[in-house]
Design a protein around this ligand. Structure first.
Ligand code: S3P
Length: 441
């Protein structure tokens, strides 16, 4: 079988069509993990069948749950009300959310387990999660380097914690809350700014009481240990972080009208759409409704004359994964788009500030990089470059969107990684009329 070693996007005619984004990645991980922690059957609809979530599915199976695929996006997880010691190492692949939430969950049970991941995940900091879990009583043994996977975790016998976050991170919050479910007493996490609240919402659907107390711009989230989860039905809506790519293409390719249906509109996830509107994007949301405990809607993007803006720093948490695609669209805007207060981008699947700056510059775009942000000045985009993605799905998709409206083609390496969050991305874009070609070795 030939291996696709790169993808090339070319200047395309108007993109026209109606499509759907794959299931939300954050909710898909949680549905799998909570289903495995629960007693009884959890039926999931709309699950993202991306590599990240499939790694989590294999992990929860190893922890003792029964996992069955019933049809496209339809999965059944039968939980045993806890995790048992797995037979081997838990390989979370590329998934930061998967490993961090699973570490939190595992810490609550009297088991020992080793977590590992791919080359990218092995470079990402883990102490932000293991630190508070260790304060609760879990034991960690780093197998290679301090703060990096692989790590062995021994859980059980936890005490509670009142944790105050310095950065708004849903992964840290979620790991602590999941561990807190098996600690003695009330665990609290205080966030200076709100991070995505899928854990809080979904735990309630599994029968757990979660308290939320507003505090300034943030909140204090609490739960009482000893509560058990009961299997339930979970409907996963479309991922706004994935919908962003076809919508971005709609904004930058002249004459386009692109609709993505069933996109989750949780306000803690939609900072990008707000920012695009401030840039002058013609973005409309129709058919707002509730699905799976979240508001969803059908979003239409029409080709728009964009102008640069200063993105408010306090919006960062609600669009942290979207700065790469924002930067790609900002390359076509008139004037400068200033993105600051986003140092967290440097510890995602790659150093996303460095890679977006390098990729855009290689395509002839003016970018000024700062330690905790970057500024993109728009204008006609030359393209004509091969971009190194370091195996980061969002870096790849952002540059492919750029190539659809650039003068010359844009090529990205390691396109297989797109399947971590957006399986079928190329076919979906081609279906809208985008010229994306595969290169085989
Ligand atoms: C996620 C939280 C965010 C985000 C990641 C998914 C989650 O990470 O970047 O893609 O599902 O909780 P942080 O919690 O590190 O900000």
């Amino acid at each position: 079988m030939p291996t696709t070693t790169h993808l090339t996007a070319r200047r395309s005619p108007a993109l026209i069509g109606v499509t759907r984004a794959p299931g939300d990645k954050s909710m898909s991980h949680r549905a799998m993990i909570f289903g495995a922690m629960a007693t009884g059957v959890t039926e999931i609809e709309g699950l993202l069948e991306g590599d990240d979530v499939l790694a989590t599915a294999r992990a929860v199976e190893a922890f003792g749950a029964t996992v069955e695929r019933l049809g496209e996006g339809r999965w059944r997880v039968t939980g045993q009300g806890g995790f048992r010691t797995p037979g081997g190492v838990i390989d979370c692949g590329n998934a930061g959310t998967g490993v961090r939430l699973l570490m939190g969950a595992a810490a609550g049970y009297p088991i020992t387990v080793t977590f590992d991941g791919d080359a990218s995940l092995r470079k990402r900091p883990m102490k932000r999660v293991t630190g508070p879990l260790a304060d609760m009583g879990a034991r960690f043994e780093w197998q290679a380097d301090d703060d990096r996977l692989p790590v062995a975790v021994s859980g059980g016998g936890l005490t509670v914690i009142d944790y105050v976050q310095t950065v708004a991170s849903a992964q840290i919050k979620s790991a602590i809350l999941l561990a807190g479910l098996n600690a003695d007493g009330v665990t609290t996490v205080t966030e200076p700014e709100k991070s995505r609240d899928h854990t809080e919402r979904m735990l309630r659907a599994f029968g757990v009481e979660v308290g939320v107390l507003p505090m300034g711009e943030g909140w204090k989230v609490s739960l009482q240990g000893g509560q058990s989860l009961t299997g339930t039905a979970v409907a996963v809506p479309g991922d706004p972080s994935s919908a962003a790519f076809p919508l971005a293409a709609g904004l930058v390719v002249p004459g386009s009208v692109v609709t993505v249906e069933g996109v989750m509109l949780n306000a803690l996830r939609t900072g990008l759409f707000e920012t695009w509107r401030e840039m002058g994007a013609d973005l409309t949301i129709a058919n707002r409704r509730m699905a799976g405990g979240e508001e969803v809607g059908d979003i239409t993007a029409r080709h728009s004359a964009l102008k640069g803006v200063v993105v408010p720093e306090e919006r960062a948490a609600s669009m942290i994964d979207e700065y790469p695609i924002l930067a790609a669209t900002a390359a076509f805007a008139e004037g400068a788009t200033v993105m600051r207060g986003i140092g967290e981008m440097r510890v995602k699947e790659s150093d996303r500030i460095a890679l977006m700056a390098a990729g855009l510059q290689a395509c002839g775009v003016k970018v000024e990089e700062e330690p905790e942000g970057f500024t993109v000045t728009g204008g006609p985009v030359r393209g004509g470059a091969t971009v190194t993605t370091h195996g980061d799905h969002r870096i790849a998709m952002s540059h492919l969107v750029l190539g659809l409206a650039a003068d010359e083609a844009v090529t990205v390496d390691e396109p297989g990684m797109i399947a971590t969050s957006f399986p079928g991305f190329v076919e979906l874009m081609q279906g809208l009329g985008a010229i994306v070609e595969t290169g085989d070795a």
